[in-house]
Design a protein around this ligand. Structure first.
Ligand code: MSP
Length: 642
């Protein structure tokens, strides 16, 4: 027997700096759908996902919670695996960058490139965006901030190892030109070509100011830059560079690295040049899909609008979520999520179009044929139309799916489902049932409907893995060994087998569900994912520069025409100071009078709304609440706070 063709697909490895949201679920569900599709097309598939656990961002988040980074990531990675299992993600391997097997390979490649002369030591001076874990030159910044995420960047100056990325610029451009499929969709390829043509600089590939990373094998003072570390997962997981490299031999180069558009640059510039320097083949395709947006814009921890897939799975079921994500996001472009749109898809496409088709058909076989599937040998009007569409749709859907266009792939399958619904209206089985002589024709109509259901279900196996078992329960056809090409054949259902009526496959969802609000927790805790990152380390001497004192509020009033501001008079020794503070939303002036609060006593005075403010009082806050720090014991005014 000839060997099966192989297919290797990967997702990005996600940062365990916070829990995953539906944006991450989109990438992984798309990759899973592709993997399942290729499996039933007869490929030998390897599907890899994982977690990207090193770097300054993770270290800071963990330390900010007084947890060791490893213990911190262990916890979150467990939640990743749980989510993927709930979403029926059929990955073959889960790589963690903290795995020994990974670390060894990263060090091996680093050393190999160093020994080839493409990594050298120098000094880095420039900007770093910790949330994106990316280096930027002054020129690349956008109004002084990160050009990718808009957040503030830090100036770093440290001894570093550099990778001679610039050396590979022409080779990379040539590769992209000769392999038009390498970067997809085309719009992203054009973006990348323009980016590369502006000139590649050498890449800083090590850091010395923190240690949560893989040590540079030739100098343990350095840790390897987190993107160099992370990108290597795609081959470390296959055992590249080890004695056990059969998977690497079998599956590399990858057929598709599926990534969000935000990280196409890393995958089409840094990763291929690393591979070139290591003398390894390049992946066949990097596909950059669009973003899942909310009507209010991007999902973000600071906006507090992150949608948790677990909550949606509990409410609507896994297949419905998968269907929505795949159906609603056009290939390569951005798409929108809203719970209303999700409910609409569930009710229209799933409950009405598909669910009703199955229940009506099964109910009629039950009623007119005692549940026994009839022969389909009395053809009539409308049959050819239905059958020719049933022959066309698998080919059309396949073409879309091959191009990662799941939205159009599903739309094509729905053309068939809706054609079948129309066929019921056209053939009117309830009228045929009235005349005994039409029994053969009635049987054929129902048989044709069952065949259309069978074909559509096969085409939906990749997108909705729980569906075939549910359909099988009703129409009695076993899908467990179905292949994609079985959808291209007509007549696989055996007359004489039985259907059985069951509950609706996709129950209708009452839109009132949206009014349901989960109980509010009484003890609120800043969600790890919403917490601002901890600032750069300071010394005790830095802290000692602050002079914090207990003062008493002796007078307080609103500032005219400034609804956020209160003007406070506070007593400090024999001084009375005026302080302007942006707390008017949270306190009535009289609430503060007589309170002992903490003042930054040596802050340079500043004018606010024409009033000179002589210091600042301390308060704890979230995005929608605030509490001024008060001293409740009988400590004298002027006491130091340290
Ligand atoms: N750790 C890096 C990837 C390293 S791969 C060698 C990283 N991780 S991440 O957790 O920040 O996000 C990775 C991916 O999640 C994005 O590229 C994208 O595929 C997906 N998404 C995150 N938010 C998303 C949306 N709102 N919409 C669609 N995809 C989103 O970057």
């Amino acid at each position: 027997m000839p060997e099966k063709k192989t297919f290797y697909i990967t997702t990005p490895i996600y940062y365990p700096s916070a829990n995953l949201h539906i944006g991450h679920a989109l990438t992984t569900v798309m990759a899973d759908t592709m993997a399942r599709y290729k499996r039933i097309k007869g490929y030998d598939v390897w599907f890899l996902t994982g977690s990207d656990e090193h770097g300054q961002k993770i270290e800071r988040t963990a330390r900010g919670q007084n947890i060791e980074p490893k213990a911190y990531v262990d916890n979150i990675v467990a939640s990743f695996k749980k989510l993927w299992s709930r979403l029926n993600i059929s990955f073959d391997d889960f790589i963690r960058t903290t795995d020994e097997r990974h670390k060894k390979v990263v060090q091996y490649i680093f050393k190999k490139i160093y020994e080839n002369g493409d990594i050298y030591k120098s000094e880095y001076e420039g900007w770093y965006c910790t949330p994106c874990e990316t280096f930027f030159t002054e020129r690349q910044l956008n109004a002084g901030n990160c050009p990718d995420c808009g957040r503030s960047v830090e100036l770093i100056k440290e001894e570093s190892y550099f990778f001679k990325m610039s050396k590979y610029q022409d080779q990379l451009l040539e590769y992209i030109e000769k392999n038009p499929d390498f970067i997809q969709p085309v719009s992203r390829r054009n973006e990348m070509v323009n980016f590369i043509k502006q000139g590649l600089e050498d890449l800083c590939v090590s850091r010395t100011t923190f240690d949560w990373g893989i040590p540079v094998p030739i100098n343990e003072k350095h840790v390897i830059y987190v993107w160099f570390d992370a990108l290597t997962n795609y081959i470390s997981a296959l055992g590249y560079g080890t004695e056990n490299d059969e998977l690497y031999q079998k599956y590399w180069p990858a057929d598709i690295h599926l990534v969000g558009k935000d990280i196409v640059r890393f995958h089409t510039v840094i990763w291929p040049t690393i591979l070139m320097a290591a003398g390894l083949p390049l992946p066949k395709k990097v596909y950059g899909h669009g973003w899942l947006l909310l009507e209010s814009g991007k999902m973000s921890k600071s906006k507090g609008n992150v949608v948790d897939p677990n909550v949606l799975i509990d409410k609507y079921g896994v297949d419905a979520i998968r269907y929505f994500l795949l159906r609603e996001i056009p290939a390569g472009s951005d798409g929108y999520y809203s719970e209303e749109a999700l409910i609409q898809r569930c009710n229209t496409d799933l409950a009405n179009d598909f669910g009703n088709l199955v229940s009506r058909t099964v109910a009629m076989v039950d009623k007119y044929f005692g549940g026994i599937i009839p022969e389909g040998n009395v053809s009539g009007e409308f049959d050819d139309d239905l059958k020719s569409l049933a022959a066309k749709v698998p080919v059309e859907a396949e073409n879309f799916i091959e191009n990662m266009d799941f939205a159009n792939g599903l739309a094509s399958i729905w053309k068939l489902i809706n054609r079948a619904n129309k066929y019921i209206d056209e053939t009117m089985p309830w009228i045929l049932a009235k005349e005994e002589k039409e029994k053969g024709r009635l049987g054929t109509v129902l048989y044709n409907l069952l065949e259309t259901i069978r074909i559509s279900t096969i085409l939906l196996i990749p997108a909705m893995p729980l569906l075939p078992a549910k359909v099988s329960e009703q129409i009695g056809f076993d899908f467990s060994n179905s292949k994609w090409d079985d959808a291209k054949a007509w007549g696989l259902i055996k007359p004489g087998s039985k259907v059985s009526k069951k509950e609706a496959i996709f129950p209708r969802i009452d839109p009132k569900i949206l009014e349901f609000k989960p109980e509010v927790k009484t003890v609120e805790q800043v969600n790890v994912s919403e917490m601002e990152p901890i600032k750069e380390e300071i010394t005790i001497d830095d802290f000692a520069k602050l002079d914090l004192r207990v003062v008493e509020v002796i007078h307080c009033e609103k500032v005219e025409k400034a609804d956020k501001l209160l003007k406070l008079e506070v007593k400090l020794g024999d001084e009375i100071r005026t302080i302007v503070s942006g707390i008017a939303k949270y306190y009535e002036p009289q609430d503060l009078v007589g309170k002992k609060v903490v003042l930054v006593a040596n802050l340079k005075p500043a004018k606010l709304r024409g009033i000179m403010s002589q210091g600042m009082i301390l308060a704890a806050s979230t995005k929608d609440d605030l509490e001024v720090l008060t001293i409740n014991k009988n400590l004298p005014i002027g006491s130091k706070v340290k």
